[in-house]
Design a protein around this ligand. Structure first.
Ligand code: HEC
Length: 131
């Protein structure tokens, strides 16, 4: 029993360690964005724009971040479901994948933009906003 608990704690520690870094942008994308924009970032022509090779996505980071915080057209607003850290990570991933090469986003930039736009906060919960 004791060994099991130790192994479990090691596993939890490992998982927690893997999170928090900008590194989980891919996971955030697959969970929240890929259904529309597709795992390969190519979207679905006529329905969901390609993010791969997209100039808007690779322009000033504030622009795609505004789309995520406020929504636009058929694009849902992620202000209440993604933390500043998640948004920074997913946009960093999108801006540097599939041939895209634009700068990373910091969590602080998203936090500043969130208050500038008066976008909603992530729904409060015991674990929310803890990145
Ligand atoms: C329900 C489908 C859907 C989901 C889920 C979705 N999007 Fe979108 N997205 C759209 C649509 C539709 C548009 C075009 C909006 C418009 O016409 O103004 C769009 C537009 C965008 C744009 C602007 C592209 C441009 O060229 O102007 C970005 C950036 C973007 N999405 C990123 C994301 C990211 C990152 C996620 C995940 C956090 C995501 N989207 C999730 C449907 C979706």
């Amino acid at each position: 029993m004791k060994t099991h608990v130790t192994a479990l704690m090691a596993l939890v520690g490992f998982t927690a360690g893997a999170h928090g870094a900008e590194g989980d942008g891919k996971a955030v994308f697959q969970k929240n964005c890929a259904a529309c924009h597709q795992a390969n970032g190519k979207g679905i022509p006529g329905a969901f724009p390609a993010l791969a090779g997209n100039a808007f996505v690779q322009g000033p980071a504030k622009d795609p971040a505004t789309v995520l915080l406020k929504g636009r057209g058929g694009m849902p607003d992620f202000s209440q479901s993604l933390t500043d850290g998640d948004i920074a990570a997913v946009l960093t991933y999108v801006r540097s994948s599939w041939g895209n090469s634009a700068s990373a986003l910091a969590t602080e930039e998203v936090a500043a933009l969130r208050s500038e736009l008066s976008a909603a906060q992530v729904a409060a919960g015991p674990m929310s906003n803890k990145h």
